[in-house]
Ligand binder design. Sequence first.
Ligand code: FAD
Length: 462
Amino acid sequence: MEATFIWLGVGGLFCLSLLIYVRQFRNRRSADLERLIQNRELGMDRPTGQYPLIDAAACIGCGTCVSACPEHDVLGIVMGRSVVINGARCIGHGKCAEACPVGAIRIGLGDITKRDDIPVLSAEGQTNLPGLWIAGELSGFALINNAVAQGRKVIEAIAATGGPREVGPSEVFDVVVVGAGPAGMSAGLVAGELGLSCVILDQQGAGGTILQYPRRKLVMVQPVEFPRMGRLPRHEYVKEELLEIWDSLHRDYGLDIRVGPRVTGVKGRKGDFTVETTAGNWRARHVVLALGRRGSPRRLNVPGEDLGKVAFQLIDAEAYKGRRVLVVGGGDSAVEAAMGLAHQDGCQVTLSYRKPELMRIKQRNSERVEALIAQDRIAFLGGTNVKTILADRVVLEGPTGPIMLPNDEVFILAGGVPPFALLREIGVAFGGDQKDAERAEAARAAKAAESPGGVGSGVQSA
Ligand SMILES: Cc1cc2nc3c(=O)[nH]c(=O)nc-3n(C[C@H](O)[C@H](O)[C@H](O)COP(=O)(O)OP(=O)(O)OC[C@H]3O[C@@H](n4cnc5c(N)ncnc54)[C@H](O)[C@@H]3O)c2cc1C
């Protein structure tokens, strides 16, 4: 009798745990589906670089890949299969592929002939324009180790283009590198090692995207040989440690980095390029574009935008305690920055957005920001546009007329302008161009087929 009770108890406990597990499992799965739908609406499901290519037939939906991802919410399980939910957050670490017990995942770029954001490159990184090279994440492959390796490869290929260097005016550099992220820094270091004259131009500062990581972010660095410095001894660093390494490379090897110029065009051809920037032109025999894929911050083009108090990214919210801050933008980054600032003692936050309501943000952000607006911790000015930024105030135009806002700091977080249009203007060919040509040809054929006497109408024109 006693034994029966014990068995019943054990059985009951087992059933209860099973029930809880199944419930949690189903909740997680329906949350994944919701995230997928929401991210699709916001266009965030699409990856920017390499991403997990999942063989749906082989996937057993065990979720090991989901838990293995160091960036956390890239993958999810929908309809019993692993899917990319938040592609924009994928860095390409490849931990999901390593963890998959059935080998259903590999990391790649997909069919690059169909991607109009992947430039066509030779094995060494040369574009369709001789003398114009691409290194780093702009090529499609993210990760610091890939960027460093590619920076080295393009400079070695340039040095191998051979023979005695063409003679020319001394102000013509052997190489102008655009971008001082891992790829550009690596290119600059190798150029110095191989005796090529080189200048690195960056609109923002040495460090590239790493500068924009959140404070104390843990960075995973896969094994890589840093030019002149050798292999990094550890696999994990916090952002600030990595930036110190960057600074020491800059200092110790005398890299010529010019911070501030934004490159707006490249003219000329191999042997005599002109790199056009917002701070004048540079001439070079070869140009290496190491721009990354995040592009330049979108500007408002209003008077005062170049004042020191205007920034295009928020790195350390704590530094703005007691300040009167205006955040401009209506996307997730603007809203997240406004919320981060609203939690700092004495920080008065105003959020200005050109549309009357915040619509294109994640559900979670929407709920949190609405609560802060309701508590008067964020003043939301919907339907407003910044007209002028002055040292102690900002003038906005609102639905009922001008608004004068006393102000100490401005963050313009209105998204980025991807670098692809600039590349197209320069003349760089993309993988998807072929597809565009095919599409245009198909459209022409369809139109011809529709018109009387066209191809497919059965009537041959004379
Ligand atoms: C949140 C986050 C976390 C990440 N975590 C990791 C990680 O843990 N491990 C890892 O290996 N990788 C990580 N990455 C990826 C890694 O940061 C990138 O792959 C790497 O920085 C790419 O290097 P890059 O030199 O090609 O380009 P970037 O680092 O993007 O540098 C490009 C530079 O070009 C400059 N530039 C762009 N356009 C112009 C222009 N027109 N004129 C002048 N300058 C211009 C920019 O200012 C920038 O400084 C992460 C990325 C993000 C966003």
